[in-house]
Write a protein that binds this ligand. Structure first.
Ligand code: NDP
Length: 312
């Protein structure tokens, strides 16, 4: 297997990975960054980004990621296509295999592999991707002002997204598969008492319909029960809030993860349980999941990598 050595290996190319690459390059760490399955990360699947400081008129997700990438390239970051397929973090230097064929030996490792929103697995979610289906209310909610939307899920995320969307849309359906909300009491109360939110309990989604984008959803209440009832709702947007899956599987044997799979870091810093291994962005963030917070943690990770190499 081809083997290479680097002072700083960055895995992942969302705002966390690219920002880490900017800082690491400027600190002369000569970072090597592998972009992963989705170059540019989750933001490449959103349309307009309007909440990242510095873009008063907004910018598309793909454009913004291209700009941050170009900024890293300008300082000499070695940005490559490739997916980290396995790793051995049992000893230093840390070893990461790319595409099953290149072994990178790294003195420091910045993991910025992100998280993937969970989808129901309906073919219609693919069919209407970017045309009414979204897994990020904060990113896309603005496009549904005074419209009708549905949010799927019964946890804190779903309640939070439904409440956020209710501030913009004229009506929000919350589609909950059980007969109760799993969310915290306070979030439940806010959602249940919101005049614009209608909670549909015991309800599953069968599919979506519409000529030019989503115009409605086919639903079923009491699925598989004697009193099963199929019905349609008219909606303009369909939001998934059924959880995220952090992309941490290959590190599971070496790094401490929480029960949901997020890499554990020490409070306030992107340090993991291994010296010289840092985790930035959504893979270590169950709470905020924003481009700006990911970029901030990528910056911190690169500064920590620099300090680690200087003082180890
Ligand atoms: P959760 O795992 O808590 O909830 C997921 C929800 O989606 C559940 O109601 C679940 O249903 C539902 N669901 C899962 N799969 C499907 C499916 N295939 N079809 C229909 N519904 C489905 O995820 P969250 O993202 O809401 O929260 C993750 C963590 O983050 C939690 O610990 C939460 O408390 C925390 N969080 C905290 C916030 C806050 O405090 N402000 C905000 C957001 C998240 P079921 O209940 O039937 O399993």
């Amino acid at each position: 297997m081809k083997t290479e050595k680097t002072k700083c290996l960055i895995i992942g190319s969302g705002p966390a990975g690219y920002t880490a690459a900017i800082y690491a390059s400027r600190a002369n760490l000569e970072p090597v960054l592998y972009e992963g399955i989705q170059p540019g990360g989750q933001l490449t699947t959103t349309t307009e980004v309007e909440n990242f400081p510095g873009y008063p008129n907004g910018i598309t997700g793909p454009e913004m990621m291209e700009e941050i990438k170009n900024q890293a390239l300008r300082f000499g970051a070695d940005i490559r296509r490739g997916i980290a397929t396995s790793c051995d973090l049992s000893a230093q230097p840390y070893k990461v295999t790319i595409d099953g064929e290149t072994l990178i030996e790294a003195e420091t490792l910045i993991i910025a592999t992100g998280a993937s929103a969970k989808y129901l697995g309906l073919p219609d979610e693919q069919k209407y991707a970017g045309q009414g289906v979204s897994a990020c209310a904060t990113c896309d909610g603005f496009f549904y002002r005074k419209k009708t939307v549905a949010v799927v899920g019964g946890g804190d995320s779903a309640c939070e997204e439904a409440i956020y969307l209710a501030g913009l849309a004229s009506k929000v359906y919350l589609i909950v598969r059980k007969d109760y909300l799993r969310a915290s009491k306070i979030m439940q109360e806010r959602a249940l008492n919101h005049p614009k939110i209608e909670v549909l309990f015991n309800t599953n989604t069968l599919g979506l319909f519409g000529e030019n984008g989503v115009e409605g959803a086919h639903l079923v209440r009491f699925m598989g029960q004697p009193n099963e009832e199929k019905f349609d709702i008219a909606i303009d947007g369909f939001f998934l809030a059924i959880g995220h899956k952090p992309n941490s599987d290959i590190f599971r044997d070496y790094l401490e993860l929480d029960e949901a799979g997020y890499i554990k870091t020490v409070p306030g810093a992107p340090k993991t349980n291994l010296p010289g291994v840092f985790a930035a962005g959504d893979v270590a963030d169950p709470d905020y999941k924003q481009a700006i917070t990911a970029a901030g943690s990528g910056c911190k990770a690169a500064i920590e990598a620099e300090r680690y190499l200087a003082y180890r």
